[in-house]
Design a protein around this ligand. Sequence first.
Ligand code: ADP
Ligand code: MG
Length: 391
Amino acid sequence: MTEAIAKGEAVLLRQAYDKFVAEYSFKPVAAAAAPGRVNLIGEHVDYCEGFVLPVALPFLTVVVGAYNNSDECQVLSILGNGQEVKAIFPATTASGLKPGEPAWANYVKGVLANFPEKVSGFDVVIVSDVPMGSGVSSSASLEVAFFTFLEALTGTRVEPVKKAQLCQKAEHEFPGMPCGIMDQFIVTMGKKDHALLIDCRSLEAKHIPMDSTEAVILVVNSNVKHQLTGSEYPQRRAQCQEAANKLKIPSLRSADINDLAELKCLKCDELVCKRATHVVEEIARTEEVAKLLPQKDFSEVGIRFYQSHESLSKLMEVSCPELDQLVNIMKSSPGVYGARMTGGGFGGCVIALVKKEFVEDVKRKVEAQYSGSPVFFVCQPSDGARILKLQ
Ligand code: ADP
Ligand code: MG
């Protein structure tokens, strides 16, 4: 059985520090870390200004570095599989910082370009154990870890909401991914043993206590990532905006069931109606789960997890056979309150709310019945981004 185990801050920091010294032959002076995240519920609604309820994970991206007395930045990243990738690009005190190859460096360059101060050349090593492209937001983890590193390096501090927004802007502008605000928000503001209810309209966020003594969040990485055209996410976003435009409201956050009926009257495209129905109902489910969680009403939370999955599969059409299969296995497993795909979809992870004493049984059942190669982790809600001390 494959289990993903978080290496922990100290181990990753040591690895990054040692690599920095070996690579650049001097010592790093600044360091920062930021986690991955998993969304409990509120999927494909952040870009509609809805409510989302993610938690930060114990998996981390750690960044260490120092100024190099030049106008050039060198960034070396050690990926989860041990592979090393390196990028060299101009500092913001020089000119010519723009998106390009290698593609992964656009996340870092975008953050540098959006940092509220010009930064001269630096050398950096990045180490991460956040699974990449698995729906746990390695991209936001990288952006926010790098932003926090720049705060440590320059001494310029940025308040958390602004920081999350600048990292989101970075992802829009450089990798060209029109993501919502959820990932950067939770990665910046996560808190141990809490989920974060984010109002993606007002950008207010509330920590929701999440006690994991009775029920735990089991995450199963399907280990599939369907290579589609790449336009699926922007297309869903555009369809939701089209529904809002038809209703003459800024976003679907302001819509209710009556508006869904009106969309049908307006002879709105069937796909657009389906997307809008998902968004309106998913926002309501998310607010309900945020109330149910502290009451430990896990059965009711679980029902909403299953509803959310059904809706993502049938209305939003962002699931895939492997995710559907995993959720179906969960449905027939004793001790599972509910399960759903999490993240953008078309692969990635499923989360399940499971009675603690049943977790091992559930894992064994998934291992035996799932057609792919699952990777498991039990999700301990963890802290968000922070500056790290170097000895
Ligand atoms: P997710 O955010 O769900 O993991 P994305 O496709 O949004 O998936 O982001 C994954 C991409 O982010 C990777 O393909 C890579 O380009 C970049 N990335 C994430 N973490 C790192 C890292 N530690 N080092 C280099 N690139 C990274
Ligand atoms: Mg991402």
